[in-house]
Design a protein around this ligand. Structure first.
Ligand code: DGL
Length: 279
């Protein structure tokens, strides 16, 4: 095995379960890597916290993953990528990969054949307030309209991914987003893409697609999971001759992590180790 194709350990961090949607994409593209996933379930949500707090929590998580052998750490949480990553650059020996730039790149790719309307970014309150997506979209010459959807994370956490209540909430957010976007960009404005700027939202993809099709027909929905996995593939190529190992760490109930996490990951989670990040 050459150095380039040796087995790597990739750390994946999220405030909770949502980053498992990114891990799922990583596993599809890099099945030969070992993965160590850390979900800070005890302190979720990050989406309503300050940049200072999110940075402190994220730094602690990266430290643990690096200590346990991760050679690259994927910050699979949009809020942590937006608020903490800019403050953590150069503080660790391991490279850190966020999801914001890959997400914006995916939106740019999807909008190629579309109109020139802004990218509609759906995200947590903290991600929206940071305007990290607006900055990342601007790099691709795209405008962004960022809409906070704070009720979606707890609904997904509750497992209500196709519940009528979630459908109604989704409908309201999309209606509001379109209205507010048109107030800013003109009465006939349509988004060029809808970007799921939170790792929980891919679980609502089918519901969001249905509701968006009614209000904004033909607008592509994109998320950063696949684009992030592509980025990691370039950074840490791995042998793909055998499937790597999966290990999970959580800061709260391991039973709940295994039960809820399986839905995000798309496969059973057998063992979860509980750790404390407040040390
Ligand atoms: N993982 C977070 C994100 O992608 C959502 C959950 C939270 O608020 O902690 O923004």
């Amino acid at each position: 095995m050459t150095k380039e194709t040796a087995r790597r350990c990739i750390g994946v961090f999220d405030s909770g379960f949502g980053g498992l949607t990114v891990l799922r994409s990583l596993r599809q593209k890099l099945p030969g890597a070992d993965y160590l996933y850390l979900g800070d379930t005890a302190r979720l949500p990050y989406g309503s916290k300050s940049a200072e707090t999110v940075t402190r929590y994220t730094a602690a998580a990266v430290r643990v993953l690096a200590e346990r052998g991760a050679e690259v750490v994927v910050i699979a949480c949009n809020t942590a990528s937006a608020l903490a990553l800019p403050n953590l650059a150069g503080r660790f020996k391991v490279p850190l990969v966020g999801v914001i730039q890959p997400g914006a790149a995916a939106a740019a790719y999807a909008t190629k054949a579309q109109s020139v309307g802004p990218v509609l970014v759906l995200a947590t309150e903290a991600t929206v307030a940071s305007h990290a997506y607006a900055a990342a979209c601007a790099v691709h010459g795209l405008a962004a309209f960022e809409k906070a959807c704070p009720l979606l994370v707890p609904l997904v956490e509750e497992g209500w991914t196709s519940h009528d209540v979630t459908r109604q909430v989704t409908q309201i957010y999309l209606q509001e987003a379109l209205q507010q976007m048109r107030a800013e960009h003109g009465q006939n404005a349509m988004p060029s893409a809808i970007l799921l700027g939170c790792t929980h939202y891919p679980l609502l993809r089918s519901l969001l697609e249905q509701e968006a099709a009614r209000l904004m027909p033909g607008i592509p929905l994109v998320d950063s999971a696949d684009a992030t996995a592509e980025h990691v593939l370039r950074l840490a190529p791995c042998g793909i001759d055998e499937t790597g190992n999966l290990a999970f760490l959580a800061t709260d109930s391991t039973e709940k992590f295994a039960r809820l996490g399986a839905r995000f990951l798309g496969e059973a989670i057998i063992h979860v180790e509980r750790i404390d990040l407040d040390r």
